[in-house]
Ligand binder design. Structure first.
Ligand SMILES: [Zn+2]
Ligand SMILES: [Zn+2]
Length: 141
């Protein structure tokens, strides 16, 4: 299966092949500020399954709450972050799940940094929630 992720203006597009290795929801305050929303949902794909289909990205790199740097790639025209590369998981690329704009996209398998969850927000009880991030090494989750 192929899915195309697109930024807000449509100039930057990413093609993802196959199913994501993992879909993960993050409540952390960095994700709150990056998205302007209350949480981020990352679809992690193997690096070789992701390719730029259109446009050119700019990059912003910062340390993450887990202690590893993350490089975020965004559209210079509209500012949407489309994908990121976590040094903690160098074989995986995180793609912004919302950029697929697909209501049938798989549900996250977990939520992390639940300690920063906005108090009114309730997630499905079957989704495991971790207070912080359970994996702090470069091993796959
Ligand atoms: Zn754009
Ligand atoms: Zn986060």
């Amino acid at each position: 299966m192929e899915r195309d992720a697109s930024c807000h203006c449509g100039k930057l597009q990413l093609r993802c092949t196959g199913e994501p290795s993992k879909v993960s929801l993050c409540h952390c305050r960095d994700c709150q500020r990056r998205t302007g929303s209350l949480f981020s949902v990352a679809a992690f794909f193997p690096r070789e399954a992701v390719g730029v289909a259109a446009g050119e990205a700019r990059t912003f790199r910062r340390p993450s709450a887990s202690g590893f740097n993350v490089s975020f790639h965004f559209c210079p025209e509209c500012g949407s972050t489309l994908w990121w590369e976590p040094e903690r998981m160098p074989h995986l690329v995180g793609v912004a799940a919302g950029s697929f704009a697909d209501p049938d996209f798989p549900m996250p398998a977990q939520a992390v940094w639940a300690e920063d969850r906005h108090r009114w927000l309730e997630l499905p009880p079957e989704m495991p929630a971790h207070a912080r991030n359970p994996v702090k090494t470069a091993t796959p989750e």
